[in-house]
Design a protein around this ligand. Sequence first.
Ligand code: ZN
Length: 351
Amino acid sequence: MSSLHLRGTVLPDGDVRDIWVLGDRLTFTRPRQASTTVHDGGFILPGLVDAHAHLGHDPATMTFDPALFTAAGLGYAGDGTTLLRVPGHRVPIPPELRNRPDLPRLVTAGPWLAWDGLQDLDDLQTVPADLPAAGVAEALANDGWCKTYGDWEFDRPKTPEPVLRALCDAVHAAGGRVAAHCQTAEGTRNAVLAGVDSIEHAWFLTPDLLTVLAARGGAVTPTWTGFVPHVDVVRTKPEGPRKDWFLDGVASLRAATVDAWEAGVTVLAGTDSLGHGDVAGEVGHLVAAGLPPAAAVGAACWDARRYLGFAGIEEGAPADLVALAADPRVTPGVLRHPSLILLRGRSVKRG
Ligand SMILES: [Zn+2]
C-alpha cells in the first residue's frame, strides 16, 4: 500500500515541510514504501475544530437521532472540521458513530448536568441528586469533560459558587474538566471563581475574571454563531429586562473575546449548533469582534486542538489536516475553500 505525501507551508509554525501519511498517523520521515503526492504548495494546517457542538439533536424535540448526527458529521468533515467537542448530548454517542472513519473525532461530555436550584429548566437538562458525583461519572464515561450551568435565565437563581466549586474539585481530582454555560454576570463570576475550566457563551466576563481564568489555563467559547442571527430580531422586541439582558450580553462578547485572548485565556471557536455548524463562519465572527485573524484561525484549529489534547501537525499526530491555497492567517475566508481534507488519514470528498 502506498502512503500519501504532501508538501507545503505548515501552520502555525510556517515551515515548508514534507509530510507523509501512514494509516492514521503523520510522519516527517519519508517511508520506505512508495508514496503518492496529493498536495504540493500552499498551506497545510491541522483539521478544524468546533469546540461547542450538539450535532444529532432534532431541533423540534431535542431527541438524539443517529441519522441527523451522521448527516451533520459528514457535513463537518466536508468542511475540514475533523474534531468536535460536544458539551451536552441526550444519550451516549453510539460507538459505531464515534468510530466511523468518515465522521469527525469527538470529545464528549455527557448530558447537560444542572444544579437543582435552577428554575424553568426544559426537559433537556439532567438534575442529579449528587452533582459532583454525576460530574465525575460523566467525565470518566466520556472524554474527560462534564457540562453544567452557571445560570439558566437572567432573572432566576444562579448556581452558587460553592456548588460549582464542589463539582470542579471532584472532577479535577478525577482528572477531568468542567464546561459551564454562563450568560449572566453572577453565573459567570461564580463559574470562574469556582474553578470551571471552559466558560461557554461567556457573557459578562470582566478583566479580573479573565486574569483568574488565564492564570489556570482556562478557556472561553463565545459561540457567536448562536447569537448573531437573533440580534436584529431582539432589537425589534418591546423594551424590558430580557431584551436588555440579551443585547448587553451579546455586546459584552466583543470585549470578552478580544480581552480574553489578550489576557492569555484560550479562545475556542464553537457554533452551539444542533446540526452541521459553520466553523469558518464562527472564525469570521471572531475576526469581526476584533480578534487578529491568526488568533481566530487558531481558535478553530491548532489552539483548540492543543486545549482539547490533540496534536497539530507533528510527528506521529493523528492524520487530520486541511490544505489551502492561501494563508488563512491573512485571508480567513480561504477556510471555505480547502483544496484537500484528510480525516483519519483518508481523503474526504467534499459535498
Ligand atoms: Zn450548547
